[in-house]
Design a protein around this ligand. Structure first.
Ligand code: LLP
Length: 425
């Protein structure tokens, strides 16, 4: 059964499959994703926002299996590259339900998106307006949203804050770019402006910034009505709903999010005499993050004067988030019980950097030893999708669990895969 928060305990089994069975069949390190949990999180957003379009942000985690689940759950898909679009196409994802994003979409990517017939292209900058218009075949009109900077600072880390004036995404309201882009799109017969978009940032754990954003965006819709006499029917508020990575943390629940946003949108629309726009949201992390975990094998345990290090067979190549954003994780011993009291250890990876730390101060039994298996929860978003091959290590497989059965949906990257790209002298 699905729960509103990350399931930290028990992690002995997930999706009805004992994790040790997965270790035996598929080896470590491995990403595990619980299909029912993903689907449950899709339902949760749909239940609280029945009239909105729920569009999953593919960047959090995408493979053909995931794209298929999202398609079957009747959500939309936010893609931001030709690669993500190709996966969507490969599972026959309905084009109308795709939103294409990016601050530097190449002409080739734009053409691919237009040719596939994606439902919305989110225009990020002025140059894109004419570039896109030129690519639309005669007789067609491409629906577009304009990405606007609401100038709100929210998000867990500088690198994942995208709502303020000082960052690279979207059109500034203050500089006049938003107004200029509206005018430009309206001049292009190949384009149809259907609404505005904003995305504040990521791992936002309170609803308050969304309330602010909703108000600012409704005001922009009113400005456009007043200046051009058109009422844009759609408002896309992006994603960013935060999740729990540690047991003591709380994510932003779909319920709290929806209640706050709907209230703000309805109140502000009424005050400005606007019809309530059709809402779109783009949750990524909150759909796939808590549904995933990573399994590692302990390779070495080392006690230094100040710390105990537990070193595993993965690390910053499968989880770069601690080094990029100072992200924090917890870990569990699985596969055996220990009667010994836990002690705080530093969980580190096998990469050639001192910064290759998966988690600081994790309580693990004091008899932790090589061969033990460790599970790190809440790794379903921005792990597989951000994995690298640093130190020429292959990326882990993705194992999907559902109804008591495990199956590999992305295979392990082998050294042969890595060598194949190297064409030699
Ligand atoms: N929509 C847009 C336009 C986005 O740029 C993003 C994320 C999302 C939706 C989904 O946001 P989410 O609900 O997943 O927070 N690599 C970072 C996160 C980067 C997020 C980029 N944009 C991390 O690991 O924390």
């Amino acid at each position: 059964p699905w729960s509103a928060t990350t399931r930290f305990l028990p992690v002995a089994a997930t999706g009805g499959v004992p994790l040790m069975d997965i270790v035996e069949r598929f080896g470590t390190p491995a990403y595990v994703v619980d299909e029912a949990d993903v689907r449950g999180r899709c339902h949760a957003f749909r239940a609280v926002l029945p009239d909105a379009d729920i569009v999953y942000a593919a960047k959090a985690f995408l493979c053909r299996a995931m794209a298929t689940w999202i398609r079957e759950e009747k959500l939309g898909l936010d893609v931001c590259s030709g690669g993500e679009l190709a996966i969507a196409e490969s599972v026959g994802f309905p084009a109308e339900r795709i939103i294409f994003h990016g601050n530097a979409k190449t002409p080739h990517e734009l053409l691919e998106a237009v040719n596939y017939g994606v439902g919305r292209i989110v225009v990020d900058n002025l140059a894109e307006v004419t570039r896109l218009a030129m690519l639309v075949p005669p007789g067609r009109r491409q629906k577009v949203l304009l990405r606007v900077i609401p100038d709100i600072e929210a998000g867990a880390h500088e690198a994942i804050r995208t709502g303020g004036e000082g960052q690279k995404f979207g059109l500034s309201i203050a500089s006049g770019d938003t107004a200029a882009a509206v005018a430009r799109v309206l001049l292009q017969p190949e384009l149809r402006l259907v609404g505005l978009h904003c995305h504040l940032g990521s791992q936002i754990r309170t609803a308050e910034p969304y309330e602010q954003a909703a108000r600012i965006m409704i005001e922009q819709l009113a400005h456009i009505r007043d200046a051009y006499g058109i009422v844009l029917p759609e408002l896309d508020l992006g994603g960013g709903q935060g999740i729990a990575y540690l047991e003591a943390e709380h994510g932003l629940t779909p319920d709290d999010y929806a209640r706050t946003v709907l209230k703000a949108v309805e109140e502000r629309s009424a005050a400005l005499n606007l019809p309530v726009p059709r809402l779109t949201i783009e949750p990524g992390r909150s759909i796939s993050g808590p549904a995933g975990l990573t399994l590692y094998r302990v390779i070495a345990v080392k006690r230094s004067l100040t710390r105990t290090f537990v070193a595993v067979d993965g690390g910053m190549s499968d989880n770069p988030r601690p080094s990029l954003y100072g992200a924090r994780y917890t870990a569990r011993l699985i596969g055996r019980r220990s009667a010994l009291a836990p002690r705080q250890v530093t969980l580190v990876g096998h990469h050639c950097e001192a910064g290759d730390v998966i988690a600081e101060s994790v309580p693990l039994p004091s008899d932790i030893r090589p061969g033990d298996v460790i599970a790190v929860p809440a790794t379903g978003a921005y792990h597989h999708s951000m994995a690298s091959t640093y130190n020429l290590t292959g990326r882990p497989p993705v194992i999907a669990v559902a109804d008591g059965a495990a199956r590999m949906v992305v295979r392990r990257e082998e050294i042969d895969d890595l060598l194949r790209r190297d064409v030699g002298l």
